[in-house]
Ligand binder design. Structure first.
Ligand SMILES: *[C@@H]1O[C@H](CO)[C@@H](O)[C@H](O)[C@H]1NC(C)=O
Ligand SMILES: *[C@@H]1O[C@H](CO)[C@@H](O)[C@H](O)[C@H]1NC(C)=O
Ligand SMILES: *[C@@H]1O[C@H](CO)[C@@H](O)[C@H](O)[C@H]1NC(C)=O
Ligand SMILES: *[C@@H]1O[C@H](CO)[C@@H](O)[C@H](O)[C@H]1NC(C)=O
Ligand SMILES: *[C@@H]1O[C@H](CO)[C@@H](O)[C@H](O)[C@H]1NC(C)=O
Ligand SMILES: *[C@@H]1O[C@H](CO)[C@@H](O)[C@H](O)[C@H]1NC(C)=O
Ligand SMILES: *[C@@H]1O[C@H](CO)[C@@H](O)[C@H](O)[C@H]1NC(C)=O
Length: 469
């Protein structure tokens, strides 16, 4: 527990974050806090998005390692040769003979963690891809014309790159997985010099891209649902389909991905309540939704979490980092017809989901005009998979709109047993109503009507965020 106390202390007393930034700057703080809490209880769950979850606490509960004389300090600004996650969501940064685990550990020899792995790696990635069982949950390390395969830290052999990844050149500089949703198909992105190679794992077809701003990457990294090209100590975040890079990049990784003396965003003041960033805090969520690809999004103020990606770590991202032009608390979110809909006050935003989200031309438009909802006070919305019925919860009423009908008409609806619902989500398991720190899982929309007995409440923190009590 002492690790937990230390981390809690760090979390509470370190200066706050800058709300305008969306990089994992404070990650260590919030991550440590959350993961540490997780380690207190052994954890099992029937929820599919928590399946396969392993201990990701190792890095967090061990005290800081002593610096080994003669071993480098990653704050020296010399950057990295390769970066990957392991199967438990811990990041590793490689340079020469050394590896740094997580965001704050000291350098160790690579082969002290990965037996038989050579030094001076050129690229590395972990693949989480259940549809490719022979590659699933393996970590690959590249050097020259060879690739080394590991199951976490267990070596499984080395192979010529051309055998394992046909069409991919030798002497790579970076590699990162890109699942469907982020890319058009389940893929791996490789970099070499100024070129980017996208290997589609379903068809084994390789496409070469020349993205003017994603050049000269020395390492590629995916962290939760963002993609990074590192050039030495500098990094930029890129769109893995278009290669687009926002103008504020490059940034210095010493301010975001590691703790370096006198650096980092946490040294800036912020007026934002820190509990918003902590997915294990008692603050409620504004909305939840699950899309057609099974991706779960939890919304809180100007931020969202991906509870289904806990194996990659946890971090809140600003809404506009995924949905351009969207800022601040949302009232309703739902997915329908491969689009994500947001209701925010009197406005409706519709985003096309093709790799990244793009706002459809002409939006936002008035909710009233688009959905026929005249009373703009909306607490929660959901659409169940393979249906076109939008359920709208307003106070203790739930009403339904058939999205395929024009004009759309808000039905009279039914009373429900809850008077203040924060958010709602529907998937194959049923309908979730989120209220404060708890949720209620109903079998179907019909069961939410007030004449049925509400199911017993469950904890959002435990089941969605994998926090302890
Ligand atoms: C996971 O954590 C539990 C509790 O801390 C510990 O008993 C167990 O050995 C750990 N398992 C692994 C694989 O590290
Ligand atoms: C581990 O790596 C170091 C540095 O690359 C090397 O000197 C040493 O021989 C390696 N140890 C083993 C057991 O391979
Ligand atoms: C890869 O790098 C090695 C060492 O620099 C070099 O000998 C080899 O020719 C390179 N291979 C290719 C395909 O560029
Ligand atoms: C942070 O805010 C406090 C009080 O609001 C102020 O005293 C302090 O100088 C600020 N620090 C920075 C780095 O702006
Ligand atoms: C959250 O609420 C529970 C129950 O009211 C309380 O025991 C716990 O201390 C709270 N946690 C935090 C982090 O405020
Ligand atoms: C998101 O909005 C903030 C201001 O609220 C801005 O500083 C930031 O650059 C925006 N990010 C993107 C990716 O547009
Ligand atoms: C709602 O109820 C009113 C009055 O009871 C009725 O006139 C109207 O047709 C109903 N609307 C729908 C869509 O069922």
């Amino acid at each position: 527990m002492s690790g937990c106390v230390y981390i809690a202390w760090r979390y509470i007393f370190s200066p706050s974050t800058n709300s305008a930034q969306t990089e994992p700057r404070d990650t260590m703080k919030s991550l440590l806090w959350e993961l540490c809490l997780c380690s207190v209880l052994a954890f099992t769950s029937s929820h599919p998005w928590l399946k396969g979850r392993k201990n990701i606490t190792l890095d967090m509960t061990t005290p800081p390692e002593p610096r080994i004389p003669g071993f480098p300090d990653r704050c020296d600004g010399l950057g990295f040769n390769a970066i990957t996650l392991d199967n438990d969501g811990v990041s590793y940064f490689f340079r020469d003979e050394f590896v740094w685990k997580g965001f704050k550990a000291e350098a160790r020899l690579i082969n002290a963690t990965w037996p038989r792995l050579p030094s001076h790696l050129q690229a590395a990635f972990r693949l989480h891809q259940p549809s490719a069982p022979e590659l699933h949950d393996k970590i690959f390390f590249f050097k020259g014309d060879m690739v080394w395969q590991y199951n976490n830290m267990v070596p499984e052999g080395s192979f010529p790159i051309r055998e394992k990844f046909p069409g991919i050149p030798d002497n790579l500089t970076g590699a990162v997985e890109c699942p469907i949703g982020d890319c058009y198909a389940n893929s791996v992105i490789f970099s070499k010099g100024n070129a980017i190679f996208v290997l589609d794992l379903t068809t084994n077809k390789m496409k070469e891209k020349l993205w003017p701003r994603v050049r000269g990457c020395t390492a590629l990294m995916k962290w939760i649902d963002k993609y990074y090209c590192f050039r030495g100590t500098y990094f930029l975040r890129f769109n893995p389909i278009t290669g687009h890079v926002a103008p504020q990049y490059p940034k210095d990784s010493r301010d975001y991905f590691m703790r370096c003396k006198g650096r980092g965003h946490w040294s800036k003041n912020s007026t934002v309540d820190r509990n918003i960033f902590n997915s294990c805090s008692n603050l409620s969520y504004d909305e939840f939704t699950q899309d057609q690809l099974g991706r779960i999004y939890a919304f809180r103020g100007n931020w969202y979490f991906r509870p289904d990606l806990k194996r990659d770590g946890r971090h809140p991202w600003s809404l506009n980092s995924s949905w351009p032009s969207l800022h601040g608390k949302v009232d309703g979110v739902f997915n329908w017809d491969h689009k994500m809909y947001f209701i925010k006050g009197p406005q409706l935003f519709i985003y096309k989901a093709e790799g990244s989200y793009s706002l459809i031309d002409g939006y936002p438009k008035p909710v009233e005009e688009e959905l026929g909802i005249t009373d703009s006070h909306i607490d929660a919305t959901f659409v169940c998979p393979h249906t076109s019925l939008l359920y709208v919860i307003q106070g203790n009423h739930m009403r339904v709109i058939n999205l395929e009908q024009t004009p759309r008409v808000l039905g009279n609806g039914t009373r429900i047993s809850h008077s203040q619902v924060d958010g709602a989500m529907c998937n194959n398991l049923g309908v979730y109503l989120f209220i404060g720190t708890q949720y209620y899982l109903y079998d179907s929309p019909a069961h939410i009507a007030s004449w049925t007995k509400p199911p017993s409440p469950k904890s959002i923190k435990e089941d969605f965020m994998a926090c302890s009590h």
